[in-house]
Design a binder for this molecule. Structure first.
Ligand SMILES: [Cu+2]
Length: 775
């Protein structure tokens, strides 16, 4: 009996291990990946991470072009997971986006992925569930070509990533609440004293007028940047003269890097898995999710430093290749945010396009493009768009489309061939281009022509990349994923997408299941990629052959942007895979309904205050209670609805003491009104209560020194005696008008992410100081 049971167990184990599964071909490679939650130490502190086969990053999985991949993914965590095979062309069902193409892997379950390998090169895999990639679920994929055309002796895979000791969900919550702490910690905040010292006050006012604080580059503070899981790596196994192929993958959640190499300039040989015309290229930008292959020759006299510096200059990782004295990599300068602000303020552009439209059902991409971003001569702009707006155009327009590719990257395509005269707006355009020219992809050239046959119909899609830094909502065309429709595409068509970035941040955009051409100066030899970075206020045109079926995800690979709505689904409109029954798509698109909650408490010598906020894309609940030790108090609960980014309507109840310095008479009134975030960044609140007393409130805060914020609040309530008979205080004479002013002002000094020192004066509570606690 015992014997039989053991045999059975062994058989099952063998089956699970993939041994007895009917071998597809001799070229089948089988891998087992196991996800676990484990304590790891990546940045000087033990924190809970998510590992693949015990490591961060997970193992390299290696295949052969033309072979067959079988991968078993086992979830030993207490949350569901998924794996996306980034850059691989595979059947839709195995793409690994939970609820869209593939069922999620529930705790304790094992999922089998299998697909033929149609390509070769450097790719990677990562979890596509929530923020799990930030916690460690990523690793590399290498597919060896049938015939290698590159010459090298050895190779090394390097997975770059970022690490936080915070729970990723708390990072996102912190971003949603607009906590300045990350910028303070990174030294990328731009307090007013520094702006003034640099002569940037005019630029600052220009930014404020457009409801922008500064030119934000990256949002999150990371205590460590990693190369294969460590801040510093040594690879002494390489010997002088070795030609080493470096396969570099940016597996970060939200960090883009400048890569530099010591010694001779390296040879860039591949991008996003595909070979490019080899070019010597040292300082290279790697966006999130991109991969680059370089061949370096180990020098006779030392070891090469490879350095990946975070774009905002807040840190870097280093690897040394070879032995001996260090050949240091060039150090990229930290970006000068105030300098950028000054330069940007000179350009003719409109910032602050809404991230959530008043009517999300009606997308108006062309209106958005024309009224926001780099401003051009409106009429000519429209004319320029005409020929690209129509779908399914023939050869003539294809040729015109190609024209676009002869320009410098970063120039807007519609500027080309419209015969725009030199004008102020053009000059400012030029300035804008130069500023971001170092992010263009002109050094990437495909070894083969990549353009499509002329008889293919072309579908034009314009996607403006939109975002709101204050509420941390990211979207396309002002519509976050939760409010968006699928974008329908047709097999046999070329889909040409203009990505127009209307935000101050870079967005690395990734399309699942396809390679697209990134139109650059190489025209018909424009490179093919799966991920393209779109710099701030710039346009990038990509196009792909729609040759698949099913639904495919398209999103910003900044994980926190994706989670905040910057994603879309491209749909061939084919029937949903029946294996997805019971896994509703709404589980993926519900990001906009998730409520983020935070609070703040002030404990001071003159008063205590409590503030609670719970918010999702459109709805917000606020609770505010202030109590002064001189027996004055006010408490208010409101529900508000965002009509668009800057405008909301609200209703609620307000409770306060009626008599000064006495809690004997406390009255509750119902209130309703509007709240508006104004140009120059004032919070405006205009309301009416149930006694028909109108009231206006204005508040503002400014960071004046590093870590130091000043704030002010002014309220005026008018009472015309429409409901209650008014009497003069003291004399009790009837009067017909009474006004009441409330104001406060103060200062806050950030100690760390959760604590600040504060001091304030309030005309009800008096002066005092204490501690602010964020939770
Ligand atoms: Cu983004």
């Amino acid at each position: 009996m015992m014997h039989l049971k053991n045999n059975l167990t062994i058989t099952i184990l063998l089956m699970l291990a993939g041994f007895s599964v009917s071998a597809q071909t001799t070229d089948t490679s089988t891998y087992h990946l196991t996800m676990k939650q484990e304590l790891v130490n990546k940045a000087g502190k033990e924190t809970m991470g998510m590992t693949v086969n015990g490591g961060i990053p997970g193992p390299t999985i290696r295949f052969k072009e033309g072979g067959y991949a079988v991968i078993y993914v086992k979830n030993e965590m207490d949350v569901e997971t998924s794996v996306h095979w980034h850059g691989l062309l595979l059947p839709n069902f195995y793409d690994g986006v939970p609820y869209l193409t593939t069922p999620p892997i529930k705790p304790g379950e094992t999922q089998k992925y299998e697909f033929p390998l149609k390509q070769s090169g450097t790719y990677w895999y990562h979890s596509h569930t929530m923020l799990q990639e930030q916690s460690g679920i990523y690793g590399s994929i290498i597919i060896d070509p049938k015939k290698e055309t590159l010459t090298y002796d050895k190779e090394l895979v390097m997975v770059l990533s970022d690490w936080t000791n915070q729970k990723p969900m708390n990072v996102l919550r912190n971003l949603k609440r607009g906590n300045e702490w990350y910028n303070i910690k990174k030294g990328t905040a731009t307090p007013l004293n520094q702006v003034i010292a640099r002569g940037g006050l005019g630029a600052q006012f220009n930014f404020w007028r457009q409801r922008m604080e500064s030119a934000d580059i990256a949002d999150i503070y990371y205590p460590a940047f990693l190369n294969n899981g460590q801040e510093t790596q040594e690879y002494p196994q390489f010997e002088p003269g070795d030609k080493v192929r470096l396969r570099i993958i940016n597996g970060s959640a939200s960090s883009q890097f400048w890569m530099t190499f010591g010694g001779e300039d390296p040879m860039l040989v591949a991008s996003d898995g595909l070979n490019v015309v080899p070019v010597k290229h040292n300082k290279t930008f790697i966006a999130i999710a991109e991969t680059y292959d370089f061949i370096v020759t180990i020098p006779q006299n030392g070891k090469i430093e490879f350095r990946a510096m975070a774009q905002d200059g807040s840190g870097y990782s280093t690897a040394y290749l070879g032995q001996g004295e260090i050949l240091s990599a060039p150090v990229v300068e930290r970006p000068d945010k105030i300098g950028m602000m000054k330069q940007m303020a000179k350009m003719d552009m409109r910032m602050g396009a809404p991230a959530m439209k008043f009517n999300p059902g009606k997308e108006e991409p062309y209106e958005l493009m024309n009224s926001w971003g780099m401003q051009m001569d409106g009429k000519k702009d429209m004319k320029g768009m005409d020929h690209t707006m129509n779908e399914g155009q023939g050869m003539k327009d294809r040729m015109e489309g190609m024209d676009h590719s002869n320009m410098d990257h970063g120039k807007s395509p519609d500027m080309q061939g419209t015969g725009m005269e030199k004008s102020k707006s053009e000059n400012s355009q030029m300035a804008g281009m130069n500023m971001f020219s170092e992010y263009n992809y002109d050094y990437l050239k495909s070894p083969e022509k990549t353009d499509f046959t002329n008889d293919k119909p072309v579908k034009e899609v314009l996607l403006n990349l939109t975002g709101n830094m204050w509420r941390y909502i990211w979207s396309m065309n002002g519509v976050p994923l939760s409010e968006a429709d699928k974008i329908k595409i047709k097999e046999g068509e070329v889909t040409r997408i203009t990505l127009n970035n209307l935000t101050m941040m870079h967005h690395p955009m990734h399309l699942h299941g396809h390679f697209f051409r990134v139109i650059n100066e190489n025209g018909e030899y424009s490179p093919l990629k799966h991920t393209v970075n779109v710099p701030p206020m710039q346009k990038v045109v990509i196009e792909f052959d729609a040759n698949e079926y099913g639904d495919w995800f398209f999103h910003c690979h900044v994980l926190y942007h994706m989670m905040s709505g910057m994603a879309r689904i491209y749909s061939y409109d084919t029937p949903r895979d029946p294996r997805l029954e019971g896994y509703a798509l709404s589980n993926l698109t519900k990001e906009g309904r998730h409520f983020y909650t935070w609070g703040m408490a002030d404990v001071a010598s003159h008063m205590t205050e409590l503030n609670l906020v719970s918010t999702n894309t459109r709805n917000q609940f606020n609770l505010n209670a202030e109590y002064g030790y001189n027996q004055n108090m006010e408490a208010e609960f409101t529900y508000e609805r965002y009509l668009y980014d800057y405008f909301r309507v609200f209703a609620g109840v307000n409770v306060e003491n009626e008599l000064k310095n006495s809690l004997d008479e406390i009255s509750a009134t119902a209130v309703a009104g509007i709240r508006f975030f104004t140009p120059y960044m004032f919070n405006l609140d205009v309301r009416m209560d149930d006694k028909l007393r109108p009231e206006i409130r204005v508040s503002r805060e400014i960071m004046i020194f590093p870590r130091t914020v000043i704030f002010g609040n002014y309220e005026y309530q008018a009472d015309f005696g429409w409901v209650n008979t008014l009497r003069e205080e003291g004399t009790n004479e009837p009067i017909n008008y009474k006004g009441e002013t409330t104001w406060s002002a103060g200062m806050e000094y950030f100690l760390n992410r959760n604590f600040s020192l504060m001091a304030s004066y309030d005309n009800r509570f008096g002066a005092g100081g204490g501690l602010s606690i964020r939770f």
